[in-house]
Design a protein around this ligand. Structure first.
Ligand code: NAP
Length: 260
């Protein structure tokens, strides 16, 4: 007889969903989403949605829900929730692991201009009108109203509302993964001459980067934010293995030892 332990996975990524599916076989897994996406894909495990109210709120949730292990599997640019997770875990002494997908590295033929923030990418476009593909979140694209001289092609999962206050923008609704041949066709058809991207890492959104390289198009790459230093793995499989290993000693206790 074993007692199922409780794992909270902070998600909003494909990997979080995959990890939840794997871990659900041996633990009571809840997946947490920020609640921004209007129709998130089915996650396959119980989901809670919406912010916790900062690190303190998350710490309270961890205590009240009796969470035994916290996993931060949020997007690499979701820096606030990752910082909150590390802090909350410390506050209530709940172990934490993170899934830290490695970023992309430039390869021969890439024309990347690295910038620190989305705001800096607006400046990096320069003064002359260009045809820009914005592969960014809908909350981030508003910054480009500061450079209304460009044409923007904006792709997002949910509609950008309100639309950008610029004279020339078109909108595409789509959810990845995006394959390189399709991305190449899109960049060509739309006569894109610069792509603005985050360095998300992973295969699902790399297609546009490879396509830009093939077409000799500049990519303005927004650097990754700093994330807290917590024990981590780079892939779903590696993290699942760590959790399972950890579980042998800590997560799965014989019921008899717990007096039940
Ligand atoms: P963020 O700036 O780090 O977080 C802002 C606030 O949103 C957090 O303080 C927290 O509110 C809430 N929050 C974020 N992730 C949450 C989660 N998984 N569960 C519950 N509350 C969460 O995050 P973001 O960049 O807005 O990203 C929001 C979500 O979208 C994340 O789940 C992330 O994995 C996903 N996502 C982000 C990106 C990106 O480029 N940023 C791309 C793809 C997916 P409280 O402080 O009130 O707890």
């Amino acid at each position: 007889m074993v007692q199922m332990k409780k794992i909270l996975i902070l998600g909003g990524t494909t990997e979080a969903r995959q990890l939840a599916g794997i871990l659900a076989a041996r633990a009571a897994v809840t997946l947490s989403l920020a609640g921004r996406t209007e129709s998130p894909v089915a996650q396959g495990v119980p989901v809670r949605s919406g912010g916790f109210g900062g690190a303190k709120g998350l710490a309270t949730y961890l205590g009240e829900a009796g969470i035994d292990l916290l996993i931060d599997a949020t997007h690499p640019y979701a820096a606030r929730i990752s910082a909150n997770a590390a802090q909350a875990a410390r506050m209530v002494r709940v172990p934490i692991f993170a899934l830290r997908r490695p970023g992309w590295e430039p390869v021969e033929g890439d024309r990347w201009t690295d910038v620190d923030t989305v705001g800096d990418s607006v400046q990096a476009l320069g003064p002359a009108p260009r045809r820009v593909f914005l592969a960014l979140g809908r909350q981030e694209v508003a910054a480009f109203e500061a450079a209304p001289q460009h044409h923007y092609l904006i792709r997002s999962v949910d509609p950008v509302e309100p639309q950008l206050a610029v004279p020339d923008a078109s909108y595409l609704l789509a959810r990845g993964p995006f394959r390189e041949p399709d991305e190449r066709a899109l960049l060509r058809e739309q006569r894109i001459d610069v792509v603005v991207s985050k360095n998300s890492g992973g295969a699902a959104t790399y297609g546009k980067i490879a396509a830009a390289r093939a077409l000799d198009i500049e990519v303005i790459m927004v650097r990754r934010p700093d994330l807290p230093d917590v024990p981590s793995a780079e892939t779903v499989e590696a993290l699942a293995a760590i959790v399972n290993q950890f579980g042998v000693d800590h997560l799965v206790e014989p019921a008899a030892e717990r007096g039940v």
